[in-house]
Design a protein around this ligand. Sequence first.
Ligand code: FVH
Length: 295
Amino acid sequence: MTTTESTGVTVLGLGAMGSALASALLDAGHATTVWNRTPARAADLAARGAAAPSDIAEAVTAHPLVIACLLDHASVHQSLDAVIGTMRGGTLVNLTTTTPNEARELAAWAAEHGVDYLDGAIMATPPMIGTTEASILYSGPREVFDGVRPVLDRWGTSTYDGADPGLASLFDLALLSGMYTMFAGFLHGAAMAGSAGMTATEFAARATPFLSAMTAGFAHDAAVVDGGDYTVPGQQSLDFSDLSHIVRASEEQGVAPGPVAAVQELISGQIAQGYGAEGFARIYESLRADAEVAR
Ligand code: FVH
């Protein structure tokens, strides 16, 4: 389908994010139909001009472009299984967080019913929607992305990641994996400092500039990983990176060593295989797909 600046859109799911998406469409002048399992959540959007049928069958047939922003993969099926047959010829853009395989399953299921499917992953919070700071990743057929892009761009900066419908989800979750483990590391450090009376706020003031500066190392490690040679000069060796003393210090302070112990386990695994003289980035070999087969 080809959309324009005034294409009508249906939004399913009016939680914090779905409401922000629908609100941005109304702001931009799109005829907007909304539906939520709990109808009361549609009241504010209806007051601003959205159509808000309580029957999902009515909502999904109001416009050929349907956006789903529900809780999870199961809730997409629970909402749409009964009505997907009425959406033939239309387009479903699913912004619900799923795993890559769940996104692929939804793409195949939509295709069985003659519905074009685009998967999306929102790298933003609801207040960011409608600004260029809101990054949204998409994957699925290129022509589907191009056709609905005028609508997608209402929400933020749209990035097309490829034809495999699982890719947007994969890259989203990969970025979140990095973020959550970084935050866990920060909170572990805060607990260590906290064992001596430092507040988490004081620790954050010290950690922020230090950790920000350290992220410059991502590019260096990435070049080593992509080059596949963990012996290139200029790297900190795995032997040098041994974190046993941090694990021990944590335990001495009565602080559970969880995050740093997990990193030490990766380091020890590579050292045990005889790679102690090679660079820290080598722990990638313990993590990557088919790691046990590959190395
Ligand atoms: N909010 C955020 O910052 C993040 C940013 C990154 C992407 N996520 C994903 O977006 C999806 C929706 O998130 P949300 O923040 O809108 O979530 P909630 O406010 O919890 O609303 C959930 C909506 O899902 C409906 N729902 C739940 N279960 C079902 C079901 N079985 N059948 C039909 N609808 C269901 C729920 O309806 P109700 O409880 O009001 O009746 C809400 O509309 C999500 O995938 C995030 O990971 C947001």
